[in-house]
Design a protein around this ligand. Structure first.
Ligand code: GTP
Length: 286
């Protein structure tokens, strides 16, 4: 099954940057070297077995936008599962942004009326002052510009976990059996006496599903509402630091005052063996 995802927005709003962070494991610091996208760059990302995400990163320069909305209109806007439209929070020409956005929505309504629409108010790290107020105001403007089309708005930045939150939510809507996955995860978490279980996609480390929030005595735990996206961000950073796409990490208490983080690249080494070794080594470190 293939899902077409359109990534659109003005030139320089940050589309290719977010794509390279999420899908190519690049650090935020390297995004300033990215050139403008020429026309459309297509990527295929395999998600969960047979689900393929077909991502269209549409270069945002005016000449390209004009062409998407005229000669390429039906090619671009047909069979779309999700439209992600990126608005830079500090953009100077918001009036022009609004005109292009409206035109894109009109085309989407015609060719893919069932597509989900996500709006990213991006580069939120650049906002000085009260981010929440600025975000709320922009959200209201964008909802008004969207007319009768239902939209979901997120504030994002490549420099913190907000990008992972938005993309995890987007991906979650694409996965056909997300509810079944959550149900199985809940059963699994209960069987393990775990507080919760979270399923991440392998390459992007986006959250695909989570077990139901814990109730009972654990329900009283002070769980951070941003814990999922912060975990995605952290593990991506860890993967990048070790320069390997796959590894096993074991974090365990070592002595009364220390924790040990073991990173293993050899896939034949069992986690349980590492845990036993840690336990046996403890007296040496006490
Ligand atoms: P086109 O390809 O021309 O459509 O542009 P684009 O939307 O793909 O923009 P691109 O990703 O190339 O980003 C433009 C610049 O914005 C780069 O220098 C990025 O480093 C910067 N940028 C992207 N995201 C953020 C962000 O969240 N915060 C800040 N401060 N800068 C960002």
């Amino acid at each position: 099954m293939k899902k077409k995802v359109l990534l659109m927005g003005a030139s320089g709003s940050g589309k290719t940057s977010m794509r390279s962070l999420i899908f190519s494991n690049n650090p935020a610091s390297l995004t300033s070297r990215l050139g403008a996208t020429i026309d459309v760059e297509q990527n295929h990302v395999r998600f969960l077995g047979d689900l393929i995400l077909n991502l269209w990163d549409c270069g945002g320069q005016d000449s390209f936008m004009d062409s998407y909305l005229s000669t390429q209109r039906s090619t671009i806007f047909q069979h779309v599962g999700v439209l992600i439209y990126v608005f830079e929070i500090g953009a100077r020409d918001t009036a022009k942004d609004a005109v292009y956005y409206r035109d894109c929505l009109d085309a989407l309504q015609k060719y893919s009326p069932d597509a989900a629409v996500f709006l990213l108010v991006h580069k939120m790290d650049l906002v000085v002052g009260d981010k929440a107020t600025v975000f709320e105001r922009r959200t209201r403007e964008l909802e008004a510009e969207s007319g009768t089309v239902a939209v979901t708005v997120f504030g994002t930045s490549i420099y913190d976990e907000t990008l992972y939150k938005a993309w995890s939510r987007i991906v979650h809507t694409i996965i056909p059996n997300a509810a079944v996955l959550s149900k199985h995860l809940t059963t699994f978490a209960q069987a393990c006496s775990a507080t919760e279980a979270i399923l991440f996609e392998r390459t992007t480390f986006l959250v695909i599903a989570t077990s139901s929030p814990p109730d009972g005595p654990e329900g009283g735990l002070d769980l951070s509402p941003t814990r999922y996206e912060r975990t995605s961000e952290l593990i991506k950073a860890l993967k990048h630091s070790y320069g390997m796409p796959e590894f096993t990490a074991v974090l365990d208490g070592m002595t009364k005052n220390t924790y040990i983080l073991l990173i293993v690249h050899d896939p034949t080494i069992e986690t349980a063996a590492l845990k036993i070794n840690i336990r046996l080594a403890r007296p040496k470190f006490e």
